[in-house]
Design a protein around this ligand. Structure first.
Ligand code: HEM
Length: 435
């Protein structure tokens, strides 16, 4: 199998399973001949795989996947704490992550699976038979990679990018320590939830003894009619007014780090994640007209108040016959809009989350406040610089947004996602070359 890997014919998880099943039916086990069979099957399946190539997101290239990639249906985001004191361990981990990510995004197992049944196995097997499902893996570096508890553990302290600030404490923050921060982040997105979790889990396994998961969050979206802007759990279309990932100029201006550097961050981006619990029980009791005032958009059409179509521009200057703004002063879209924030814009890539129920609200006083569902929005946004992106926008919003009555930010983090990876390189290599 590993030979075929070098030849670029390594079986995908699908062809491997088909071959194994065929041999089992013929009364054989997946022994050495099974592996040979899998390779033959891989050749036969190559045409089929090529046909399905549009379901594979490119791994190597200028940018990491999962940022300007059209949003997949499922996400698994994990933050890890580094336990090792050795720089070499960290480098080896990033090398192993790179190799495994290249395989998995191509629909393969994390590493070639062998015939030794006495070892735990290089892949947990739960994605065997599943396609690549547009899997992307996006790795980020938290502040703790550079300096933690006053210690420069890996000789990287001087290389912490100025944009990788400590997020300020925002009005209303109820961040729970065990859901916040981390030295490394992994965002695994795919059109299949089993594929995204599988991928993050293989990377976590490769980290045993070097780093451990600190927190993780699943998320999902569903597109109305298969293609429309998804609705969040509050029933509103979410993602309408977002820079277009198909517009390289917008991405270069707003999302990708440029000359301002550091060099290893060039063509990378900064991710802010926030776990935002929504008091759905309260929201569900609100009149629709009030809900629309809260967002500044119509619920069913998604149009801005005063407009007709979902993609009509916001008219922030329009007043009604009483002289009141059509889009209220404290409506979410007014406060979030670039015009209110000196032009600041971010690329949102948020997912709904649904973690069952939790009767304790992360609010003061911390007891039941008629809240049941632990559900809401796992807000993820990418930007060239968080100081002129998320922080700039949210500082004001966190004080005045009507939506804040229903939302509690209870976790998340800020991570620097290095630029893309060229074949032969590992994730973030240029940071280690420089330091
Ligand atoms: C539970 C929390 C949140 C929910 C349910 C939510 C929902 C929405 C909805 C429904 C829209 C209008 C449709 C659209 O353009 O996508 C919107 C717009 C927007 N939201 Fe949020 N949002 C949340 C939190 C945040 C946060 C924390 C930020 C941080 C900066 C943010 C930034 C934006 C921006 C920039 C826009 C576009 C505004 C425009 O230019 O029209 N949102 N959000």
């Amino acid at each position: 199998v590993s030979k075929s890997d070098r030849g670029g014919l390594r079986p995908t998880r699908r062809t491997l399973v088909r071959a194994a099943a065929g041999l089992a039916a013929a009364g054989s086990s997946l022994g050495v001949s099974g592996v040979a069979g899998a390779v033959v099957e891989a050749k036969n399946g190559a045409a089929r795989d090529r046909a399905a190539a549009d379901a594979i997101e490119r791994f190597w290239g200028e940018h990491q996947g999962g940022i300007a990639t059209p949003v997949q249906a499922h996400s698994y985001f994990a933050a890890l704490d580094l336990q090792t004191a050795k720089r070499d361990d960290l480098i080896k981990l990033l090398q192993a992550w790179t190799a495994a990510s290249a395989h998995m995004t191509a629909g393969q197992t994390a590493a070639p699976i062998g015939q030794d049944m006495t070892v735990p196995g290089p892949d947990t097997g739960d994605a065997l038979g599943l396609p690549a499902a547009r899997l992307t893996l996006t790795v980020g570096f938290g502040a703790g990679l550079f300096v933690k508890g006053g210690k420069d553990r890996y000789g990287l302290g001087a290389h912490r990018p100025p944009a990788l600030v400590d997020l300020p404490r925002f009005n209303g923050d109820q961040l729970v320590e065990t859901r916040t921060g981390g030295d490394l982040s992994i965002q695994a997105c795919a059109d299949d939830p089993q594929v995204s979790f599988h991928a993050a889990r293989q990377l976590a396994r490769l980290a045993y003894g070097v780093a451990e998961v600190r927190w993780a969050q699943t998320g999902y979206i569903s597109r109305p009619d298969g293609a429309g802007t998804p609705r969040n759990l509050m029933g509103f279309r979410d993602g309408t007014s977002n820079p277009s990932v198909a517009d390289p100029n917008a991405m270069a201006k707003l999302v990708w780090v440029g000359d301002e550097g550091p060099d290893w961050m060039r063509n990378g981006s900064y991710v802010v994640a926030r776990r935002i619990r929504v008091a759905l029980e309260h929201w569900d009791r609100m009149k629709i007209a009030f809900q629309e005032q809260t967002f500044g958009r119509h619920k069913y059409s998604g149009a801005p108040l005063g407009g007709h179509g979902e993609f009509d521009p916001l008219d922030l200057a329009a007043n009604d016959q009483d002289g009141n703004p059509v889009i209220p002063e404290s409506a979410h879209v007014r406060l979030a809009n670039a015009a209110t924030n000196d032009g600041a814009q971010i690329l949102r890539r948020a997912y709904s989350y649904n973690d069952g129920v939790n009767f304790t609200a992360e609010r003061w006083p911390p007891w039941r406040q008629g809240m049941e569902y632990d559900a809401g929005l796992f807000f993820i946004c990418y930007q060239r610089d968080p100081r002129t992106g998320f922080i700039k926008i949210f500082e004001n919003m966190s004080k005045f947004d009507m939506l804040n009555q229903f939302t509690t930010h209870n976790g998340g983090g800020l991570f620097a996602c290095p630029g893309g990876i060229a074949k032969g390189e590992f994730i973030g290599q240029r940071l280690f070359d420089a330091a």
